[in-house]
Design a protein around this ligand. Structure first.
Ligand SMILES: Cc1cc2nc3c(=O)[nH]c(=O)nc-3n(C[C@H](O)[C@H](O)[C@H](O)COP(=O)(O)OP(=O)(O)OC[C@H]3O[C@@H](n4cnc5c(N)ncnc54)[C@H](O)[C@@H]3O)c2cc1C
Ligand code: FES
Length: 279
């Protein structure tokens, strides 16, 4: 659970995205694309889920990429090479079903770009034709562009402000591609509004659309019910039934509401960390 490498990938516009290599030989042996770990930075800390973005069985390490958005990700960002996590569990969740689907579009938004990377690599290695669309607010907060170029046959870039690639959203490119050609699978990870829009865009054509949901999690073992989502009218637990689901069957409005349940407490916790940092 020791941090072996640390690299700040983005530090701009109050966005900080960091990559860590963590010693975890057992997880490195078993982790598959689409799976995640749950970690605690300190004994009294909360548990947060992060995707296993890469692994090296030889070095016994797993790679995590995280954006600082609240208390625990900020505390994680304060740890340095040589420090150890308090707890780490995984790999968790079902892995992505990797096979030759044919023509696949992979969509990643924000830090979701890190989460699509292992899936893009595995689907490419399985012989799929990969078209990747990645989007961020602006040029200086992009991650893994070169890596995704290597894992894709075609790569499209969008920024909200037009500072890089095409001005607009990932879904604008998706809609255009769907008009011109037929695809067998769409895979999307990013903010909930993006995954919802992707699912709406493909709903009419019925193309298989997989999304990896970022529901709030506590224990991540199916015990607490915190991560429950409604899929095809049935209650599912994201941690053990997911995190991937058919985007056409997810009740998005409910997920949006549930993910803001602790917003007040999260804001309070964040201001405490900010105050600690100033001291
Ligand atoms: C299966 C899974 C895999 C994930 N993989 C990654 C990853 O590889 N890299 C990464 O940076 N993040 C990932 N996330 C999101 C990450 O878990 C959250 O950002 C983290 O839990 C926030 O904790 P915090 O204490 O720092 O922030 P909090 O104080 O808990 O929240 C701060 C803000 O972040 C939002 N937030 C909280 N939890 C989540 C969440 N689960 N998803 C999205 N926004 C959230 C809150 O609504 C709030 O606005 C993943 C989530 C899941 C469920
Ligand atoms: S996080 Fe508790 S049931 Fe999924």
């Amino acid at each position: 659970m020791k941090i072996i490498k640390k690299e700040i990938l983005v530090h701009a516009q109050s966005t900080r995205i960091t990559q860590l290599a963590i010693l975890a030989p057992d997880i490195a042996k078993r982790a598959m694309p689409g799976q995640f770990v749950v970690l605690m930075t300190h004994e009294e800390g909360e548990r947060i889920p992060l995707t296993v973005v890469s692994k090296s069985e030889g070095e016994g390490t797993i790679g995590l990429i995280f954006q600082e958005v609240g208390l625990t990700t900020k505390l994680l960002g304060m740890l340095n090479v040589g420090d150890s996590l308090y707890a780490l569990a995984g790999p968790l969740g079902h892995s992505t079903k990797i096979k030759n689907y044919g023509k696949v579009i992979i969509v990643g938004g924000g830090v979701g770009i890190a989460e699509i990377y292992p899936v893009a690599q595995a689907l490419k290695n399985a012989g799929n034709h990969i078209t990747t669309i990645i989007g961020a607010r602006s040029k200086d907060i992009f991650i893994l562009e070169e890596e995704l170029k290597g894992a894709s046959d075609e790569l499209y870039i969008t920024t909200d402000d037009g500072s890089y690639g095409r001005k607009g959203f990932t879904t604008d490119v998706l809609v255009e591609l769907l008009r011109k050609d037929t695809y067998n699978l769409i895979y999307a990870v990013g903010p909930i509004p993006m995954m919802k829009k992707v699912s709406l865009a493909t709903g009419g054509s019925g193309i298989k659309t997989i999304v990896s949901l970022n529901a709030l999690m506590v224990d991540a073992t199916g015990m607490c019910g915190c991560c429950r989502v409604t899929v095809a009218g049935k209650t599912k637990f994201s941690c053990v039934d997911g995190p991937e689901f058919d985007g056409h069957l997810v009740e998005w409005e409910e997920l949006e509401k549930r993910n803001t349940v602790y917003l007040d407490k999260e804001k309070k916790a964040c201001s405490l960390v900010a105050a600690l940092n100033k001291k």
